[in-house]
Ligand binder design. Structure first.
Ligand SMILES: C[S@@+](CC[C@H](N)C(=O)[O-])C[C@H]1O[C@@H](n2cnc3c(N)ncnc32)[C@H](O)[C@@H]1O
Length: 209
């Protein structure tokens, strides 16, 4: 039996904590452009798809500064959103967009969400199954071996994920992995999160063409 001191046990932060205490402005601090922040590598990856899709549906978060930055990186002029659709999403529901029902999107980007939303690996598998109903292709990014991250003064829990688990859970959920890239963390000076690396995955549903 293993006993942990209360101070080292990470308390799970769920939907209510996000509703009440997740400060988007403080969180956006991770994505300070050109300042080598923890989130900067995600920017190169995150919205490069924006030229490829006619319509992008977002979670309730203003990504405009990030989109501008990615457009600059890619040498494109930022022309604003043609149309912005924001929907509520709960990955614990079998239809995460309930009560709205949409046909499967060509592509869905899920970044740093599932490990924040899920309290254990079983819940993660179910959430993966739930979001798979929304899409044909999945672009999944996240942190490896992360147990917490700070947003301003608030500590949020994170489900510790390993590469082997992700490969196995995706394939069990009916995904074919097309690309799987891991970036190992090379700094240890920032203690606002304890992740060991970042993962970027492209997968398609088995039945998707
Ligand atoms: C670390 S932030 C990631 C934000 C953004 N996707 C990114 O790439 O930076 C974790 C996000 O998970 C979302 N989240 C937490 N529980 C969720 C749930 N049950 N369903 C959907 N999203 C959830 C929070 O609203 C928050 O935006």
């Amino acid at each position: 039996m293993c006993r942990l001191r209360a101070s080292t046990m990470a308390e799970f932060t769920g939907g209510d904590d996000y509703q009440a205490e997740f400060d988007p402005k403080a969180y956006l601090g991770y994505f300070k452009f050109g300042e080598d922040t923890l989130g900067e590598e995600y920017l190169n990856f995150l919205l490069s798809a924006c030229e490829s899709f006619k319509e992008i549906i977002l979670e309730a978060f203003d990504w405009t500064p990030v989109v501008k930055y990615v457009c600059e990186l890619e040498g494109n002029r930022y022309r604003g959103w043609k149309k912005q659709i924001v929907l509520k999403c709960d990955v614990h529901k079998s239809n995460p967009l309930d009560p709205i029902v949409l046909p499967p999107a060509d592509g869905l980007v899920s970044s740093l969400c599932l490990e924040a939303a899920c309290k254990d690996l079983t819940t993660y598998r179910i959430a993966l199954k739930n979001i798979s109903s929304l899409l044909k292709h999945l672009v999944l990014s996240g942190d490896l071996s992360c147990s917490f991250y700070m947003v301003g003064p608030k500590r949020f829990s994170c489900l510790v994920l390993k590469e082997e688990f992700l490969r196995e859970a995706l394939s069990e959920t009916g995904f074919i992995i097309q690309e799987f890239e891991v970036l190992v963390r090379d700094d240890n000076i920032d203690d606002s999160s304890d992740f060991s690396g970042k993962v970027f995955i492209l997968a398609r549903k088995e039945e998707a063409i």
